[in-house]
Design a protein around this ligand. Structure first.
Ligand code: PEP
Length: 252
């Protein structure tokens, strides 16, 4: 089984001071034998401060996005070499990037390949909208996002996949653990296995969408769920640490 993972997506929240404080609180609450990978994804501006705050601890750092090119005339963008020394992970294809900032399966695929080429661990985010679910297309949509996002990728050793149904993100309406398992044990796992064979079984699969300390254990109890991608609840150190604790416990 893959090492369990709990990642916190801080989105466009926290000032530099707040980020430093939150990272220090998570660091202080995370022991040396935490039992899962703990990843903090602060805004770009706070990557350095968070990297410094967690140095020497078990806590890892991720960016929330990046451009696929290494440098050039891309005003306002951040490249893989720029974040490479400040983090180990990068969220790619988050539904907010897809819906609000024009990310497509094709640009996400370029970013995944760039992340791998720069020794970063991509966390490929996939998930269907409510309309796609209600029209019975959830499995097909997610399978397609996984396939397209990984087109041309040969080695998935460092890959993480997060299934985040769009209708469950930030709404307080999490999927049921059974619904998440249906997609993660179905579209996500089957597509990875069809493309990469046995290597697929070592890819951590995270559920995301209104995860909180009260529901995290029921997701982690599912066989195809190895952890969580946490938005809102990752902004409170005590809530985030409790999610880390219950996921680690469920996956022992
Ligand atoms: C997210 O931002 O990836 C997320 C899952 O948010 P929330 O936990 O707030 O639904």
């Amino acid at each position: 089984m893959p090492t369990p993972v709990v990642a916190g997506n801080w989105k466009m929240n926290t000032t530099l001071d707040e980020a430093q404080r939150l990272a220090s609180e998570v660091r202080d609450g995370t022991g040396s034998d935490v039992g899962c990978d703990v990843i903090l994804c602060p805004p770009f501006i706070s990557l350095q401060a968070v990297w410094n705050a967690v140095a020497g601890s078990q806590v890892k750092v991720g960016a929330q996005n990046m451009h696929h090119e290494s440098s050039g005339a891309f005003t306002g963008e951040i490249s893989p070499p720029m974040i490479q020394s400040l983090c180990d992970h990068v969220l790619l294809g988050h539904s907010e990037r897809r819906q609000l900032f024009g990310d497509t399966d094709q640009t996400v695929n370029l970013k995944v390949k760039a992340a791998l080429a720069h020794a970063l661990r991509p966390i490929l985010c996939v998930g269907e909208t409510l309309e796609q679910r209600e029209s019975g297309r959830a499995q097909e949509v997610v399978a397609n996002q996984v396939r397209e996002g990984l087109s041309g990728v040969e080695d998935i050793t460092r890959l993480i996949v997060a299934y985040e149904p769009v209708w469950a993100i930030g709404t307080g309406q999490a999927a049921t653990p059974e619904t998440a398992e249906e997609i993660m044990g179905g579209a996500v796992k089957d597509t990875l296995s069809a493309l990469f064979g046995d290597a697929a079984s070592e890819v951590p699969l995270l559920y995301g969408g209104s995860v909180n300390p009260g529901n995290a254990a029921s997701f982690a109890a599912q066989p195809s769920i190895h952890g969580g991608l946490v938005g809102g609840a990752s902004l409170q150190a005590d809530q985030f640490l409790e999610i880390v604790r219950v996921v680690a416990e469920a996956k022992v």
